[in-house]
Design a binder for this molecule. Structure first.
Ligand SMILES: Cc1cc2nc3c(=O)[nH]c(=O)nc-3n(C[C@H](O)[C@H](O)[C@H](O)COP(=O)(O)OP(=O)(O)OC[C@H]3O[C@@H](n4cnc5c(N)ncnc54)[C@H](O)[C@@H]3O)c2cc1C
Length: 426
């Protein structure tokens, strides 16, 4: 029940049990897609539920079409596994912007160019649909998960709303990849609520950029971001006096979108309408943070260059050259909730560590780990927070994930901040 409401009605009625699965993945952003593929590859029956009509979440529907760097800024790749796989899939049939020395994988010698790429958001979404359906994961689009059914910290299943009506799906393990911790929050798992600066990025084109694309032979040059609000991740350009947007109520999401769309329209009114076009508006609110788990461990910004025994992947910083982190498994789970796990931008991290973990490559790797952990919990009958992490790490390593960074990669001055070129829009 919405605790802000004083008045409410009691609701009765039977909800049909529509299906039973080993693993239900709630939300099909990049983390959810990775989690679903990962659990399926471990031999489990998997249902992936998505409220929109497009797979990929912020990375596709939200037009955030950039895999941030997966290397340390000196030619050493740090993030591998499914992040590498999906990066390559994202550009298989669409354009890329991978620096030449990374095109065929890690370069031979040191380079300051970074392993990143832009991709076609729409083509990547199509590829994700193909990957998911070919893998044997059951997919339900246009389906909002409204309620976890809980019993003593155990989630028996999820109630959803869609064209068919209200339905119930049972799952042995539930992976919350809604990005917003919708399932965790409604299940009573402790969560932290964030706040968002004012930003809204649509994709535009104009005669000039089209000419540039024709001359360069590169279609991506035809598009650029057109903004409503234009605040960076650091809050630069956030309107003075405007409160941050938590994005956790329908009213707040609506206010955010309406205000941003009006700002964008005012900008457009001043331009020559014959010479430019908006190609795509974002299909979801571009919130970096809404709610995230307060997990068994919270990774903190100052914990760079720290090894964790339960690391599930080494991570690099997208802005600072050399800065490395490890992501503890405990950031995905909460003791007391035996079959709930999260991945993606809702994991338990704070400060700069949260910035480093929420972006596309780490979101994918945490999804990969969550899918394997789900399968292990089912096979062993252990709670998801009590699985054998060594075994999880061994499986991830077999899947080409770097669990611990090598100490030889720690710079002489670990506090030195060397910013890499970026546009602050990550
Ligand atoms: C403005 C901005 C700029 C960014 N820039 C970059 C960048 O340049 N590079 C980068 O790597 N990262 C960037 N990021 C971060 C990155 O895009 C996201 O953090 C990452 O894509 C998150 O993936 P996710 O799968 O965890 O969540 P999401 O992409 O949010 O996916 C969640 C999915 O769950 C679905 N869902 C939610 N609730 C429900 C429900 N109740 N029922 C059913 N489905 C539901 C949603 O529709 C969505 O598909 C940026 C983010 C923002 C907002």
């Amino acid at each position: 029940m919405n605790e802000l409401c004083e008045n409410y009605i009691e609701e009765y009625g039977k909800v049909p049990l529509k299906g039973e699965y080993d693993v239900i993945v709630a939300g099909a952003g990049v983390a959810g897609v990775a989690a679903a593929l990962s659990a399926k590859r471990m031999g489990k029956t998997v249902l992936l539920i998505e409220k929109s009509l497009t797979l990929g979440g912020l990375a596709t529907l939200g037009l955030i079409n950039l895999f941030v760097p997966m290397c340390n800024g000196r030619g050493k790749q740090i993030i591998y596994g499914m992040a590498e796989e999906l990066l390559r899939e994202s550009i298989k049939y669409g354009y890329d912007t991978i620096p030449a020395d990374w095109l065929d994988g890690e370069p031979q010698g040191e380079t300051k160019s970074r392993y990143l790429t832009r991709f076609s958001a729409n083509i990547f979404a199509l590829v994700l649909t193909e990957m998911i359906t070919d893998s044997g994961v059951d997919l339900l689009l246009d389906t909002v998960i409204s309620k976890p059914v809980m019993e003593n910290g155990h989630c028996k299943g999820l109630i959803v709303e869609n064209k068919t009506g209200r339905e119930y799906f049972e799952g042995k393990i539930i992976i919350d990849t809604t990005g917003d911790s919708d399932i965790l929050y409604r299940a009573g798992v402790p969560t932290y609520q964030g706040g968002n600066y004012f930003s809204y990025y649509a994709l535009g084109t104009n005669l000039e950029s089209m000419e540039k694309a024709c001359k360069s032979g590169k279609i991506n040059n035809a598009f650029y971001y057109v903004c409503g609000g234009n605040a960076s991740l650091y809050g630069t350009n956030h309107p003075k006096g405007m409160p941050l947007f938590p994005g956790t109520t329908a009213e707040n999401v609506t206010e955010y979108i309406v205000k941003n769309q009006k700002v964008l329209l005012e900008k457009l009114k001043k331009q020559d309408r014959q010479t430019r076009e908006i190609v795509t508006l974002p299909g979801m609110a571009q919130f970096r943070t809404t709610r995230r788990l307060i997990g068994d461990y919270e990774l903190k910004g100052e914990e760079r260059f720290v090894h964790f025994e339960d690391s599930i992947s080494a991570l690099c910083d997208f802005e600072n050259r050399d800065w490395l982190y490890e992501l503890p498994y405990r950031c995905l789970v909460k003791t007391g909730f035996d079959n709930l796990i999260t991945a993606g931008r809702s994991i338990s991290a704070s400060g700069w560590a949260w910035e480093v973990t929420r972006v596309i490559p780490p979101a994918i790797v945490s999804g990969q780990a969550a899918g394997i952990a789900a399968a292990m919990a089912i096979d062993t009958g252990k709670p998801i927070y009590g699985i054998d992490v060594k075994e999880l790490q061994a499986t991830l390593e077999k899947q080409n994930v770097m669990i611990h960074f090598d100490d030889s990669l720690i710079p002489d001055d670990p506090d030195l901040k060397v910013l890499m070129p970026g546009d602050g829009h990550f």
